[in-house]
Design a protein around this ligand. Structure first.
Ligand code: UGA
Length: 347
């Protein structure tokens, strides 16, 4: 089987590629503007890597779509701060670039596995979100936070409509996938856990938006990749024409819980206790943190019956384990020197 992954260097793309190359005999070709996370894989003969941007490499992408059995377009800007600060770039990267890929897959009859998002459910107040039964609830236009969700939702609807005309597809909705290497702990633009890690490394306070009582269902990247491999394998065609939530309802935790777990995970290492002891926590309003274009989701629990039934998948990694893994990789593997360089007041 030949898999085309657009955005191969990203968090999902790089972890998926590692797993495919390690555990299957599938060939992968991938495109990305960056390559540091897949650098070590480039010598693998089963991987073809092209450096470049999807908008400038359409000829190459088209050739690859033609040769592929499965197309997985992962290019996107997926950080809420960007939805508010740069909504047009989010629309271009999420909607426009992918719309072209969807149309080409439809024209050529190639199977597409498309990353929808938990964000499509928006502020739906169902106790858990179901692919067929839950409404997709977004705020007004001047709340730019919803441009990502809205772009993804429209693509879901377009793919669904092409599916009626024969496009083979599966839509998957990641629910707060987390793991080592996400968003590179970039200052100010990362998602929650890399944002907190960056804060700790830069000796800044952790900021709880509106007090941090809002909750997410965090999913370890290894569980997410296991689900994706099952979707690609598609035994008995069970993934055809389906939408799957991929999340861990058992890992439903508040932002306060996450900050406590991070501190507990750091405390395990005698040499990093000083970091845990030095962490300051403060509450900030959503306007202070994100600006006026933000609205939050208070609770986001996936109903995963569909994927459990169709693909016999269930998540297995607890949030505590996941956070311990991330902390071990981030703080332990990079070593004391790095921490002392990046953290101002060390013990
Ligand atoms: C994310 C992103 O939109 C996407 O990556 C993705 O599609 C989806 O949800 C998902 O991963 O399922 P969100 O969960 O709001 O959205 O993203 P985070 O930036 O990780 O924020 C989680 C919560 O933590 C929010 O309530 C946010 O306000 C809060 N937060 C974030 C803080 O309290 N402090 C921070 O420093 C950062």
């Amino acid at each position: 089987m030949k898999i085309l992954i657009l955005g191969i260097n990203g968090f999902i793309g790089s972890n998926l590629t590692k797993s495919i190359l390690k555990n299957t005999d599938w060939d992968v070709s991938g495109l990305d503007i960056q390559q540091e996370t897949v650098e070590k894989l480039l010598e693998n003969k089963k991987l073809t890597f092209k450096s470049g941007c999807i908008n400038k490499e359409k000829k190459w992408v088209l050739e690859q779509i033609n040769m592929a059995d499965v197309v997985i377009p992962l290019t996107a800007i997926a950080t809420p701060m960007s939805y508010i600060k740069d909504p047009i770039s989010v629309f271009q990267s999420v909607f426009e670039a992918n719309m072209w890929v969807v149309k080409e897959c439809a024209r050529l009859g190639r199977r597409i596995i498309f990353p929808s998002t938990s964000e499509v459910y928006g502020m739906c107040d169902d106790a858990s979100f179901h692919e067929q039964n839950s409404s997709l609830v977004l705020g007004p236009i001047h709340k730019e936070r919803w441009i990502y969700s809205c772009s993804k939702q429209l693509l879901d609807r377009v793919i669904w409509a092409y599916g009626k005309d024969g496009l083979p597809f599966t839509l998957f909705r990641p629910f707060n996938w987390i793991g080592y290497g996400q968003d590179n702990n970039n200052k100010g633009t990362s998602r929650l856990i890399p944002q907190f890690l960056g804060n700790i490394l830069r000796n800044e306070p952790l900021q709880l938006v509106d007090g941090g009582k809002q909750r997410r269902s965090f999913t370890d990247i290894s569980d997410g990749i296991d689900a994706l491999i099952r979707i690609i394998r598609n035994e008995n065609g069970e993934a055809n024409g389906k939408i799957f939530n991929i999340g861990n309802p058992n890992n439903n935790a508040s932002i306060i819980d996450v900050s406590n777990m991070l501190m507990a995970a750091l405390n395990v290492y005698p040499e990093y206790k000083y970091l845990a002891n030095n962490i300051q926590i403060k509450s900030v309003t959503k306007e202070e943190f994100y600006g006026s274009g933000y609205q939050d989701v208070q609770q986001r629990i996936p109903d995963i019956c569909n994927i459990q039934e169709a693909l016999k998948w269930a998540p297995s990694v607890s949030l505590e384990q996941s956070i311990e893994n991330i902390v071990r990789h981030t703080f332990y593997n990079i070593g004391n020197k790095e921490i002392q360089r990046t953290s101002l007041k060390v013990g």
